[in-house]
Design a protein around this ligand. Structure first.
Ligand code: SAH
Ligand code: SF4
Length: 355
């Protein structure tokens, strides 16, 4: 019998699962902090849990982490892990340290169905959603590893970004369950303004349901007209720019978050002209927002080229002149293909195997 993972369980889940094997609510209450605060990976480590309970737990449940098939370290300290689940599917997750914060980038699906033209993940087929336990297992993986990373300025995870493989809002139930655990003060206790979910623009009720968590929303915009955006991102044929921007306004009203971030990938000759910058400023005027201009991370078969530094600076200046808070986002982990849009989870064992 395959043992059920408890990595995604909250108190109510534990109580329900435990009742099935004759354990009590008190047992559930004792076990929960061992899973989410002390982050132990074996029931034997739960010293205040009676021995009989522990052996029953080991029989039915598991706290196992996914197998790490490859761990690469970039020259800038970024690390990328290729994790494999028991069914053989693989995903990637990235750890990005800097002086002020340690950020983890999480995957939400195996593959992605959205097919954005500039994205490496989008070129492979969608396999399946990750369960809440599998989403959480990426956080546990990095938490386990932290004590061994001696060079870190702070040995804690502070920020989480859902910007790995997949479209978060197409796996909303598992995403929301994970967010509850991550934000719960009695569990992982991340602050709501240190968690960002990035969407390609799925405007369903789930987007507004997410507002109740008060976390930060990032929207991958990448174009200023519906024609261009639909070419780059097929999702735009279903939810156009107007619909998306109205949803952003509504998210701000409901979530109380300070701003929405718009991600805008600068592609040479595609969306990076002065006219595009002016159109972008016009579209965003009146929305409490920030713009992250992203430099294109190329991958083997891609036909796009990133904008030159001069072009990117000109685009930036035009937005700033129109009063839009804008930065050019620094790319991290480029040399190990850990940067946005480069994740693929192919399982190839390339690069150096460092921790
Ligand atoms: N699927 C979600 C979140 C993951 S992608 C989304 O699309 O928003 C995270 C960010 O990387 C998105 O803004 C995405 O558009 C961007 N991205 C995709 N491919 C890229 C590439 N080749 N270079 C740079 N950024 C890319
Ligand atoms: Fe999927 Fe995001 Fe890549 Fe588009 S950019 S294919 S939504 S992961």
């Amino acid at each position: 019998m395959e043992r059920e993972s408890l990595l995604g369980a909250n108190l109510a889940d534990l109580e329900r699962k435990f009742a099935r094997i004759g354990l009590t609510k008190l047992d559930a209450k004792r076990v929960l902090p061992w899973i989410h605060i002390k982050c132990v990976s074996s029931f034997d480590a739960m010293t205040d849990v009676p021995h009989k309970v522990r052996s029953l737990l080991s029989e039915y449940f598991s706290l196992e982490r996914p197998i790490c098939r490859n761990l690469q370290k970039s020259s800038d300290g970024t690390r990328k892990a290729l994790l494999e689940f028991p069914d053989g599917h693989q995903i990637e997750t990235v750890f990005i340290p800097d002086e002020k914060r340690n950020t983890v980038c999480l995957s939400i699906q195996v593959g992605c169905a959205m097919g954005c033209k500039f994205c490496n993940t989008g070129q492979r087929s969608f396999e399946r959603n990750l369960s809440c336990a599998e989403i959480m297992s990426q956080v546990f993986f990095w938490k386990d590893l932290l004590p061994t990373l001696k060079e870190l300025a702070h040995p804690h995870l502070s920020n989480l970004v859902f910007m790995g493989m997949g479209e978060p809002l197409l796996n909303a139930e598992n995403l929301f369950q994970a967010l509850e655990l991550l934000l719960d003060q009695k569990n992982h206790n991340f602050s709501r303004n240190k968690i960002t979910v990035s969407t390609s623009g799925i405007v369903t009720h789930d987007l507004l349901r997410m507002a109740k968590f008060g976390i930060k929303l990032a929207i991958s915009l990448h174009a200023t007209t519906d024609i261009k955006r639909s070419e780059l991102m097929p999702v735009n044929r279903k939810y156009n720019i107007d619909t998306l921007l109205n949803a952003a306004r509504e998210y701000l009203r409901r979530s109380n978050s300070e701003h929405v971030t718009f991600e805008y990938l600068l592609l040479a000759g595609v969306n990076d002209s002065d006219a595009n910058a002016r159109q972008l400023a016009k579209l965003l005027s009146g929305i409490r927002c920030k713009v992250n201009l992203i430099t294109f991370n190329s991958w083997d078969e891609s036909t796009f080229r990133g904008s030159s530094r001069t072009r990117a600076d000109a685009f930036l200046s035009l937005l700033l002149a129109k009063g839009i808070r804008t930065i050019i986002r620094k790319s991290r982990g480029d040399d190990i293909s850990a940067a946005c849009g480069q994740l693929k989870g192919t399982g190839e064992r390339s690069g150096s195997d460092l921790s």
